[in-house]
Design a protein around this ligand. Structure first.
Ligand code: URP
Ligand code: ZN
Ligand code: ZN
Ligand code: ZN
Length: 490
């Protein structure tokens, strides 16, 4: 007898879609087939869509921003919010601020998450101060212990690393088996435009978008790709916002660069016009890179469809829009001090389900890969998570494709105080959410205990394993420096 049997649902995996039952035993998927034996509990999923729970591999949780603002969400509210939106696994950041040691940072985040998370989680590390101790000891140890992805920033005063440091990190990552995630924006381009705007008294939120010109994103993306080429290691460019950077990535991939890329709901569903509002209202839509225009959204959809953008994450950055590191809450501020980032953990899947899947833009299998499977492979979790298959954790979201909701922040479960998607109508909703075989959300109620979520050690990311096996790039790649690296002989 199974612990739980899900009956007659329309199941979508990363490979196909069919009607069947799922038998769950001991937290994992034990059988998929027709007329499976009864479970201790049976869920009737007739007319419903059964999909892998989402993996959100980019979320800031209980993290202080570099300007000193604390996230409104802790590991409890963030993971509850994720679960209500059909996400059953998150990979947030353990963020090193300058002066902090990696082992202490990891231990502190691990404790917070262990006490509060209601769904399973891994970690990435954010690196802000690159030291010999970090490169020689702390990173190899963290990677061996299951934190196999490292995020670095090319912008922000207190986070930015230089190219020399990036090369050091890329070298360690390539050798030890970790993925380097890059926030690629040119710091000086942004600073230079911002100073000019501020000198003219242009301080409103919408000028954040003007300062973060797409040139900043293209230049830094290209530079990060070339640095990775120098060492011939994979990188992942996170939160790609529009056509310019997508084109850079697409052509670099064609020429043999091992560059992977992520985008987020804000780049599909918001535009710069949203930032152009009275007072601080526009700050609700402020993220970096900024949201662009309608034409950019179309290119981001294309990037998802042609595989240039393989990862769709929220970049949930739950900073209250009227808080900044420098001014008390509620005070008028310039676009330079606004907390960056938008919330998205709960709505990431419903938005894509409504606008991607139900509109026919994406197949169910593409939806599954973009929201779960690709994340599992990217971060070395594919033996546990990311698909519906015998042997994997029973992390499942059961969707009602007929449900319709008008989004209201007051119905969501985060602590951010607003959603940039207020008033939007979404079709389809995950009505029952299962984590390791346990029903965690049902009838719009949370059924999960604080702290039930488990830490997931990540194995070596699949793209890193693949890169090690790939033949050397062809002559066509010569101009990218992918061939004939004289320096490596010495
Ligand atoms: O605006 C953003 N993306 N804020 C969150 C921090 C980051 O850069 O990912
Ligand atoms: Zn970033
Ligand atoms: Zn900015
Ligand atoms: Zn982020």
């Amino acid at each position: 007898m199974f612990d739980l049997t899900i009956r007659n649902g329309r199941i979508s995996t990363s490979q196909n879609t069919f009607v069947a039952d799922i038998g769950i035993q001991g937290g994992t998927i034990a059988a998929i087939g027709e007329n499976l034996p009864a479970g201790r509990r049976d869920i009737d999923a007739q007319g419903l869509w059964v999909m892998p729970g989402g993996i959100d591999s980019h979320a800031h949780i209980e993290q202080a921003s570099s300007a000193g603002v604390m996230c409104a969400d802790d590991f409890y509210s963030a993971t509850v919010s994720a679960a209500f939106g059909g996400t059953t696994c998150v990979i947030p950041f353990a963020a090193q601020h300058k002066g902090q040691q990696v082992p202490e940072v990891v231990a502190a985040y691990a404790k917070l998450a262990a006490e509060k998370a209601v769904i399973d989680y891994g970690f990435h590390l954010i690196l802000s101060e690159i030291t010999p101790q970090m490169l020689e000891q702390d990173l190899p140890r963290a990677i061996a212990e299951g934190i196999t992805s490292l995020k670095v920033y090319m912008t922000y005063d207190k986070l930015k690393i230089d190219d020399f440091q990036m090369l050091d990190v890329l070298e360690v990552a390539g050798r030890e088996g970790a993925m380097v995630m890059v926030h690629a924006e040119n710091h000086d381009v942004i600073r230079w435009i911002a100073r000019r705007l501020l000198d003219k008294g242009l301080t409103a939120p919408k000028f954040h978008g003007v300062a973060h010109d797409a040139i900043a994103e293209i230049e830094a993306s290209s530079r990060a790709i070339h640095l990775a080429n120098l060492l011939d290691v994979p990188i992942l460019l996170v939160h790609i916002s529009g056509p310019e950077a997508i084109e850079v990535i697409r052509s670099a991939r064609q020429l043999g660069s091992k560059v992977h890329a992520e985008t987020c709901p804000q780049y599909l569903f918001l535009t710069a016009e949203d930032m152009d509002q009275e007072g601080l209202e526009g700050a609700k839509f402020c993220c970096s890179p900024p949201v662009r225009d309608k034409a950019a959204q179309d290119k981001v959809w294309q990037g998802l469809l042609d595989g240039t953008l393989g990862i769709y994450s929220s970049d949930h950055a739950p900073y209250k829009f009227d808080e900044s590191g420098k001014l008390p809450k509620g005070d008028a501020t310039t676009f330079k001090e606004m907390a960056n980032g938008v919330p998205g953990l709960e709505l990431r899947l419903p938005l894509l389900f409504s606008e991607g899947l139900l509109t026919g833009r994406l197949t169910p299998e593409e939806f599954v890969r973009l929201t779960a499977t690709n994340h599992a492979y990217m971060y070395g979790l594919q033996k546990r998570k990311g698909d519906i298959a015998v042997g994997l954790d029973a992390d499942i979201a059961i969707w009602d494709p007929q449900a319709q909701r008008s989004v209201r922040w007051s119905d969501l479960h985060d602590q951010v105080g607003y959603t940039p998607y207020e008033g939007r109508v979404v079709n389809g909703w995950p009505i029952t959410v299962i984590s390791r075989g346990e029903v965690v959300v049902e009838n719009a109620q949370l059924q999960a205990e604080r702290g039930r979520g488990q830490f997931l050690p990540c194995e070596c990311p699949e793209p890193i394993l693949q890169a090690a096996q790939q033949p050397k790039p062809s002559d066509a790649s010569q101009w990218l420096g992918l061939k004939g690296k004289a320096w490596q002989q010495y």
